[in-house]
Design a protein around this ligand. Structure first.
Ligand SMILES: Cc1cc2nc3c(=O)[nH]c(=O)nc-3n(C[C@H](O)[C@H](O)[C@H](O)COP(=O)(O)OP(=O)(O)OC[C@H]3O[C@@H](n4cnc5c(N)ncnc54)[C@H](O)[C@@H]3O)c2cc1C
Length: 555
């Protein structure tokens, strides 16, 4: 892609267009070579969260436009927070984060989780033996983007300390790029720091911090089977006053939050209380993931060459450092690409990874799983409880993956989910729950304005990527009549040539800024056009389609 002079220590023959975007060899609080100002910018005590904050929610609810970036203004906690009994259904990584945020705001929160096992204290036990049947992707590669890290640093700093103690790593995608590319470190670069650890390890830490938190009860082995209703708050609209458990027990609540993930049964539960059906958009996300985890004897993680997610023709690679000297390697294909289905076989998978020059060195470790973990049939879904401008029920909301989920390879789920969790907390603080109708409308509006656009961006990018793969399989060039997509490809290319473009590109990937906002920065569009317009002519550092097929077929 780019000329350069850096050398890959694993493959010295690969001189560079190669950028160590992610070098995660330093665990959390180790002394670092970063300038003090940059370190300060990423410390939990600083309010450096991105676009979402209490003042954004207030501004949205007051009818104002949501700001792109704002600092967390002081919020009058006393008086603004009305104490409520809140039931969260589902103890996933976002559900637990929401429970922590709400209990910190003074609410009495109970989390109900169908899976019975409590999280083990030891990270290796989490990996080896924690049974989480309720989360399909539990042992699949995860990475927690800068938005998620920033929300944790600001809102739940003790979680950051607990994650550090469990061996999670912090990775800065800008500062780990060579200086010739990123230029001198800038004060704001701390914002690009991400968090990484195996999903089960991160979730175990979140759950164990939650289990020690005041006003937060967790009931595991407790399946919710339906909703309980009381007198309507608004004519003709069922009002939820609690949940029914598989045991038949009923639990009362001022608010029920469905956080049961991608396979939420909420529409059925609503139907059985006579509510209108929610608005559902549902599609197969169209990708298949083939991933494995590794560990090194030294505790080091291979250096990244290029970004963590690389589109290499009709295949993409995802290489993610994780906790305690572990990492993952994933190949992502289109579900339509039947010729690549043999990738679920460990030998075929390894041969194919070895054929990718920027990825092969990530195989230099011991596999810590039993084989290739594949996942397909992942849904793109959006569910709204607001139909024709009216809530289908009051006393219940939907959040996290149960609200919206899409292609996981861009790693946005936890970030977008935690953004929505802060919106939920702030909407309750702003409106209270006394008027369930007003609250339902306010939460819908705040979610639609502050969170949904990030989901829509992801969906649009996925659709393009799938169409691009289809075109490449057919031997065509993908040329959609969509200037926004052209601009995003040009930005990706310009990121390798200019420090401002690099930061703009990374901030989109990290869910810190939306692409349209980056491109509207002064002078950015001109730079991107100058430097990135030739992106189609840049070579792809991977075998061509025929070679890929022959590698997969065993040739
Ligand atoms: C392959 C893959 C890779 C991913 N990689 C990333 C990544 O790198 N970064 C990222 O940010 N996101 C990633 N995601 C998305 C991320 O996993 C989700 O966004 C996240 O898990 C959502 O959390 P949640 O709490 O909303 O739901 P979940 O984590 O799905 O949790 C739902 C919980 O509800 C429980 N439950 C279900 N029904 C009931 C019931 N009736 N009663 C009680 N409990 C119930 C389940 O047991 C489960 O514990 C990935 C997703 C996939 C599929």
């Amino acid at each position: 892609m780019l000329p350069g002079s850096m050398v890959n220590p694993y493959k010295p023959e690969l001189a560079v267009n190669q950028i160590a975007f992610l070098s995660a060899s330093h665990p959390f609080w180790q002394p670092s070579a970063l300038p003090r100002s940059v370190l300060r910018a990423s410390q939990p005590s600083e309010n450096r969260t991105g676009a979402l904050c209490r003042s954004s929610v207030r501004s949205t609810l007051a009818g104002g436009a949501p700001p792109d970036i704002c600092s967390l203004g002081p919020w009058a906690r006393e008086g603004a927070v009305r104490i409520a009994r809140i039931l969260i259904v589902g103890a996933g990584v976002v559900g637990m984060g929401a429970a922590l945020l709400l209990s910190r705001d003074g609410h009495e929160v109970t989390v109900l989780e169908r899976d019975a096992d409590a999280p083990p204290a030891d990270p290796e036990e989490s990996w080896d033996s924690w049974q989480r049947k309720g989360v399909n992707q539990f042992r699949l590669p995860h990475f927690f983007l800068a938005r998620y890290r920033s929300l944790l640093s600001t809102e739940l700093p003790e979680l950051m300390a607990a994650l550090a103690a469990a061996g999670a790593v912090r990775v800065n995608s800008v500062l780990s790029a060579p200086e010739q590319l990123r230029g001198p470190a800038r004060e704001e670069d701390g914002a690009f720091e991400c968090l990484s650890g195996r999903r089960c390890v991160v979730e175990a830490v979140v759950a164990s911090v939650a289990s020690r938190s005041p006003r937060l009860a967790i009931r595991r082995g407790t399946a919710v089977t339906g909703l309980v209703t009381g007198p309507a708050a608004h004519d003709g609209v069922p009002h939820v006053t609690g949940v029914r458990l598989a045991s038949g027990e009923e639990l009362p609540a001022d608010l029920v939050v469905d956080m049961t993930g991608r396979r939420s049964r909420l529409p059925r539960w609503l139907e059985s209380i006579g509510a209108r059906a929610p608005d559902e958009e549902l599609d197969d996300c169209g990708f298949i993931y083939y991933g494995r985890h590794f560990r090194s004897a030294s505790g080091d993680v291979p250096p990244a060459i290029g970004g963590p997610l690389q589109h290499l023709g009709s295949i993409s690679s995802l290489t993610l450092p994780a906790d305690n000297g572990t990492w993952s390697v994933t190949l992502i294909t289109s579900a339509n690409d039947k010729a690549l289905r043999p990738l679920h076989d460990a030998g075929t998978w390894e041969r194919t990874v070895r054929s990718l020059p920027l990825v092969a060195h990530w195989l230099d470790g011991e596999p810590i799983d039993d084989g290739v973990m594949a996942i397909a049939g992942i849904e793109d879904r959006h569910r709204s409880l607001m139909v024709d401008g009216a809530p289908v029920a009051t006393g219940v909301v939907v959040a996290g993956d149960a609200w919206a989920c899409s292609n996981p390879s861009v790693g946005r789920g936890a970030s977008i989910g935690m953004m929505q969790a802060t919106v939920l907390r702030d909407t309750i603080a702003a409106t209270g729950l006394k008027d369930p109708w007003e609250f339902a409308c306010a939460f819908h509006r705040a979610t639609a304005e502050l969170v949904e656009p990030w989901f829509r961006d992801t969906l649009a990018a996925d659709r393009h990527r799938l169409a691009e793969i289809d075109a490449l399989i057919a031997g065509d060039q993908y040329r959609p009549p969509d200037p926004a997509w052209e601009a995003s490809q040009a930005l990706a290319s310009a990121a390798f040539k200019d420090p401002d473009c690099l930061r703009g590109f990374v901030s989109v990937g990290m869910v810190l800024s939306r692409e349209a906002d980056v491109l509207s920065r002064p002078g950015m569009l001109e730079k991107v056009t100058d430097l990135g317009a030739g992106w189609r002519d840049e070579p792809i550092p991977a075998p061509d389609r025929d070679d890929l097929l022959s590698t997969v077929a065993g040739g």
